[in-house]
Design a protein around this ligand. Structure first.
Ligand SMILES: *Cc1c(COP(=O)(O)O)cnc(C)c1O
Length: 379
């Protein structure tokens, strides 16, 4: 074992730490919380408080950070998606909220551009709605959306993610939907940093916007933040663990503990207060180090790429040329993952490349990564 101490709690379970060069992905543990966040959670855990008051106060912090009318800490971005879908179907009617997941008599269609179908979109309809797609694969026009909107439309969902096409774009989506009195809800789970995105989609006029708390923000992995227009947020809160009301809310299985609420609030404040340029520079230096160590391998071209619409932070991308004759991408990844410590990188599948994402690479791990790649590719 090189590089990492193996925490006793994981050792007892026989689960070894790995190097995460694949991004803020759930399967590898999201992100690592800063000591201040852990301390805040520890402090929060030692006393009882009124969760209702805590939710209100934390919601204000979220709203301020997002430049929105009202906010809420949720049990992840996916939980926020469930609540956004529910809110658009029930509005502020307690009767309708009680009736979910049965949506008889409600507007229950949630529209989504076909090209943005993804493995998280079921959360939009978990509350009982029906997903209705428009467009065909990656191709879509404004007319497609206009024609898809009916008197059964509860909302239009939009997903911002580097791996998905934007279709007609969020602004045009909002224009068309709002002309017809239909709200727009946004899954922007992994879109921060940049910090400016916390408020960007609200400024465009989106009604509700959700982010993960446990990705770039560095909060607890099972938290998220949801913010938006006051009336729809009222409906969100009603469908969540709402201690003000006696309804059996659809959001009950997605409660957030006091420790997690405090952890998210603390992480969010540290995140908005910290220096984005310095953070970026840190990732860039690691990317440059690895890229330099991997130049001159036969048939492998290394580029540092950092376009935010394509990539999560600056990262070396390995392209395998015609004359490359080493192990396949799948074999390289297999060897990296089987090593000690295991190293997880992005790429393969649809992308004929390997990308080494630096946002979660801890100090010194870039050396281990470069060493292992050299053993596999030059060895
Ligand atoms: C990660 C992700 C989610 C889920 O977020 P959680 O905070 O893990 O619930 C949803 N949508 C997209 C596009 C994501 O990347």
């Amino acid at each position: 074992m090189t590089g990492h101490a193996w925490p006793e709690v994981y050792k007892k379970l026989g689960v070894a730490p790995i190097i995460n060069a694949q991004s803020w992905i759930t399967a590898l543990g999201g992100s690592i919380m800063r000591p201040e966040v852990l301390q805040a959670m520890d402090d929060a855990a030692g006393v009882f408080i009124d969760i209702k008051k805590l939710n209100l106060a934390a919601g204000e912090v979220v709203a301020t950070a997002c430049g929105a009318e009202r906010g809420l800490v949720t049990g992840g971005c996916a939980a926020a998606q469930v609540l956004m879908g529910a809110a658009c179907m029930t509005g502020t009617s307690e009767e309708k909220a009680e009736q979910l997941p049965d949506t008889t008599g409600m507007k229950n269609e949630i529209l989504l551009f076909d090209g943005q179908r993804n493995r998280y979109d079921k959360a939009f309809i978990t509350a009982g709605g029906k997903l209705v797609t428009f467009g065909d694969g990656d191709s879509v026009t404004s007319e497609d959306l206009e024609q898809a909107i009916t008197d059964k439309t509860a909302c239009v969902a939009f997903v911002v993610a580097p791996f998905l096409p934007a279709g007609i774009g969020l602004e045009e989506t909002i224009r068309i939907a709002h002309e017809r009195g239909v709200p727009v809800i946004v899954d922007a789970a992994a879109e921060v940093p940049p910090r400016a995105n916390l408020s960007k989609f609200h400024e465009m006029g989106a009604d509700l916007v959700a982010f993960s708390g446990g990705k770039g923000i560095g909060g607890p992995q099972s938290t998220g933040l949801l913010a938006g227009k006051a009336e729809l947020m009222e409906a969100v809160v009603m469908n969540s663990l709402n201690l003000d009301s006696s309804i059996a809310a659809i959001g009950r299985p997605m409660k957030v503990s006091k420790e997690n609420i405090v952890g998210l609030v603390t992480a969010l404040q540290l995140f908005t207060d910290s220096d984005e340029a310095a953070e970026w520079q840190g990732w860039h230096s690691k990317a440059e180090y690895v890229a330099e160590r991997l130049t001159g391998i036969d048939g492998v071209r290394v580029e540092i790429e950092d376009d935010p619409s394509e990539r999560q932070g600056p990262q070396p991308v390995l392209y395998f040329e015609e004359d490359y004759s080493g192990p396949s991408i799948a074999e390289i990844k297999e060897q990296l993952e089987a090593g000690d410590p295991g190293i997880f990188v992005g790429g393969g599948g649809a992308r004929e490349e390997i990308n080494i994402v630096m946002v979660n690479v801890q100090e010194g791990e870039e050396v281990i990564i470069a060493d292992r790649f050299n053993e596999i590719l030059r060895g």
